[in-house]
Design a protein. Structure first.
Length: 277
């Protein structure tokens, strides 16, 4: 947990002294698609319609171009700063394979993204690679998102996307995914998919999944990704080809007991480790 004494607020900048936070690993491990690194090593992106630049420091990270209010209301929950990842990694290290993953990928944090953006992003991710996913999302934001200044655009609202229709999405070159994006936008815009209810702690992962798979083109994996990365359901477990391989090779009886309640976080370490080792 980040205490008041652990971050210093300057004009527009907030420095955080925290262990287990590697920007490169966190922002480029396949859980979010709107962050990019510049030639100076800083990272820039947009979340919740707020542009932000991030810099790795010797003691943690520095948030550049934000406010104390946005830090508390947006960035602290977004970067999961109230969770003790150092202790969590020590807990994961009770398992042989997880110990390798957290040692080599130490510093990954789970991002709590805006639910609608997470849903739409992982619909786009189906049968796709990361560079192309980023390209489609960037074109979508430029086409329909609010201009925020500089070269930044907000992620478009479901209402705006629903109004565009399938033909209106032609410029983003999403292929077969366009009809799924529109169906998702329509169902969220008209309230058929109620994220406020899904976000409730009392709403189980199974209940959330059952709601999300009402959307055309949304199956188990996209639903679990949305719940994990957009709804704060940290025990959600998206299973793609890499996680299938991990389960088959290392955990045929399921994830180890040390991951109970936080299987999604453990999965992120294992996924990135297995994919990059």
């Amino acid at each position: 947990m980040i205490s008041e004494k652990q971050h210093e607020i300057h004009t527009g900048n907030i420095a955080i002294n925290t262990p287990c936070f590697n920007l490169g690993l966190t922002l480029d491990c396949g859980q979010a698609f709107r962050w990019s690194q510049d030639s100076d090593g800083d990272w820039h992106g947009v979340a919740f319609s707020k542009p932000l630049t991030l810099r790795q420091t010797g003691n943690g990270i520095e948030l550049i171009g934000t406010s104390a209010e946005d830090f508390e209301n947006i960035w602290k929950p977004y970067f999961d700063l109230d969770r003790d990842y150092d202790t969590l990694c020590k807990r994961f290290s009770n398992d042989k394979q997880l110990k390798k993953a957290v040692t080599e990928c130490y510093g990954i944090r789970l991002l709590k993204q805006e639910p609608w953006e997470a849903l739409c992003s992982f619909i786009i991710s189906q049968n796709n690679n990361i560079p192309r996913i980023k390209g489609i999302i960037d074109r979508l934001c430029r086409l329909l998102g609010e201009y925020l200044g500089r070269d930044d655009y907000a992620f478009p609202t479901p209402q705006k996307i629903a109004e565009a229709g399938v033909d209106g999405l032609a410029p983003i070159r999403a292929g077969f995914r366009a009809k799924y994006i529109i169906d998702a936008a329509q169902k969220v815009a008209n309230g058929e998919i109620d994220f406020e209810n899904i976000l409730l702690p009392s709403t189980s992962i199974d209940e959330g999944r059952d709601e999300l798979i009402k959307i055309k083109g949304v199956g188990e994996k996209v639903a679990q990704c949305t719940l994990l990365y957009g709804c704060g359901k940290v025990d959600a477990l998206p299973i793609d080809v890499w996680v299938k391989r991990i389960l088959a090779e290392d955990y045929p009886d399921g994830f180890p007991e040390c991951t109970n309640g936080v299987r999604g976080i453990a999965q992120q370490y294992l996924f990135h480790w297995k994919r990059t080792q």
